[in-house]
Design a protein around this ligand. Structure first.
Ligand SMILES: [Zn+2]
Length: 66
């Protein structure tokens, strides 16, 4: 499982945020990226992490390098 770290304060206190605007709705979603917001400092960051814990979710290995 990937730890979600804030790019600003380096804390793993992130929560999923809603997508806003064209970039996040279309462009980032193309790359499988999701918006997160830091509870600590309020910075929004895009991560390749959907965040929803689903049954049968497997960690993807080896194919992530672009
Ligand atoms: Zn932060």
């Amino acid at each position: 499982m990937v730890e979600r770290i804030c790019s600003s304060c380096k804390r793993s206190n992130l929560r999923r945020s809603a997508r806003h605007g064209f970039m996040e709705t279309f462009v980032y979603s193309l790359f499988g990226m999701y918006p997160w917001r830091c509870r600590q400092c309020g910075i929004r960051t895009m991560l390749r992490d959907r965040g929803e814990s689903r049954h049968g979710h497997r960690p993807t290995q080896a194919s992530g390098r672009v």
